[in-house]
Design a protein around this ligand. Structure first.
Ligand code: FE2
Length: 310
C-alpha cells in the first residue's frame, strides 16, 4: 500500500501548493534546494506551454526592449518547464547572475543578500493549469519568464546588486542601536521603504522610451491580463517616479495595481537605489508612512540576525 501511495503522491508533480517534494524540504527546514526535474508532470509542462505561448504577443507589444532581448538570450523552450542549469548556462556569462532554486519564501534580508551575490532565489513549482491567471504565490513562470530575462541586462543586474547593498546598510545601521524596541521600529520602517521601492520598480515598474511606455516590472511581465491593463487602461494612475512618494505608498497584492510609477532609463533606476541608500544613512527612511507591507516575523528576524553578526 505504501508503494501505491508514493506513486499517487509523486503524480502531483511540482504544482504550486501541492508538491510533496517542497513540503518535505520545508518540513526539514531546507530553503536552498535542487530542482528535481524528473518530478514535473506532463500537466506541469502543459501549464508552462500555455502560459509562455499566450504571452508572446503581449511581450512584443508591451515589454521593454531589454526584456525582449533577454527572452531571446535565454533560449527558453516554449514547450517545457525550463531547467535552471540550462537557464544559467546562458545567463551567467552575460551578467554573472544565476537562478538559485528555493523551497518557498525567502526572508527579506536573505533575499536581498542573494541578489548582492548575483543569485536570484527561484521558485521551482508551477501554478495549476486551472488557475493560469492569478495566484498569490510566485511560481517558476513568474520567476523565470517574468524576472530572469531582465537579469541578462548589465545595468538592471547592477541595480539588483545595489538592493543587496541597501539591505546590508540597513543591518549595519540597526547594529548600532542598543535599545531593542527602537531597533525593531527602525528595521520595520526601513524594510517598508525597501519593500515598497522594490514593488513599484522591479515588480511593477514602467519605463518611458522612444515608443512610449513599456513594462519592465516582473509582476506585469508575467501577467497576461495586467500587462495590457497597466499600459492601456485609463483607470490606472501613472506618474513619474518620486522616491519620497514611493517609500510612503502602501500597496495591495491581490488585485491589479491602480498606481504605477515611470522611470526614464535603467541608469535612472540605478541612481534611485543609490539615493535610497543615502536617504537610509541620513535617517530619512526611519519614519515612513505605516501600512502595507507590514514586516513579518521571519523578515524581521532575518535583519536582526544579520545585524547581530556585524
Ligand atoms: Fe517577483
Amino acid at each position: 500500500m505504501a508503494g501505491v501511495e508514493t506513486e499517487r503522491e509523486s503524480n502531483r508533480g511540482l504544482t504550486t501548493t501541492k508538491a510533496p517534494f517542497i513540503e518535505q524540504a520545508q518540513s526539514e527546514g531546507r530553503l536552498y534546494i535542487h530542482q528535481p526535474y524528473e518530478l514535473y508532470t506532463e500537466a506541469n509542462h502543459e501549464a508552462w506551454r500555455r502560459l509562455f505561448n499566450r504571452m508572446g504577443d503581449r511581450w512584443r507589444r508591451y515589454a521593454n526592449p531589454r526584456f525582449l532581448q533577454g527572452i531571446d538570450n535565454l533560449c527558453l523552450d516554449p514547450d517545457r518547464v525550463p531547467r535552471l542549469d540550462d537557464v544559467n548556462r546562458f545567463l551567467s556569462p552575460l551578467t554573472g547572475f544565476k537562478a538559485k532554486p528555493v523551497s518557498g519564501y525567502v526572508p527579506s534580508f536573505l533575499f536581498f543578500d542573494c541578489l548582492r551575490n548575483r543569485e536570484f532565489p527561484t521558485t521551482i513549482t508551477i501554478r495549476d493549469g486551472a488557475t493560469l491567471d492569478y495566484l498569490p504565490e510566485p511560481d517558476i513562470f513568474h520567476d523565470i519568464a517574468g524576472h530572469v530575462p531582465m537579469h541578462t541586462d548589465r545595468a538592471f543586474a547592477g541595480t539588483l546588486v545595489r538592493f543587496g547593498d541597501c539591505a546590508h546598510t540597513a543591518a549595519e545601521i540597526v547594529a548600532g542601536i542598543t535599545d531593542e524596541q527602537e531597533k525593531i521600529r527602525r528595521v520595520s520602517s526601513i524594510f517598508q521603504a525597501l519593500a515598497r521601492f522594490f514593488w513599484f520598480t522591479i515588480e511593477f515598474g514602467l519605463m518611458r522610451g522612444e515608443e512610449g511606455l513599456k513594462v519592465y516590472g516582473s509582476g506585469l511581465l508575467s501577467s497576461h491580463g495586467e500587462i495590457a491593463h497597466a499600459i492601456d487602461s485609463p483607470t490606472v494612475q501613472r506618474y513619474p517616479i518620486r522616491l519620497e512618494w514611493v517609500i510612503n505608498q502602501y500597496f495591495e497584492i491581490d488585485h491589479y495595481q491602480p498606481l504605477l510609477f515611470v522611470v526614464d532609463s535603467f541608469d535612472h533606476l540605478f541612481d534611485l537605489v543609490t539615493e535610497l541608500e543615502q536617504w537610509m544613512r541620513q535617517g530619512r527612511l526611519d519614519n515612513v508612512s505605516p501600512g502595507e507591507p507590514a514586516i513579518s516575523e521571519p523578515d524581521l528576524r532575518s535583519f536582526l540576525e544579520a545585524s547581530a553578526g556585524m
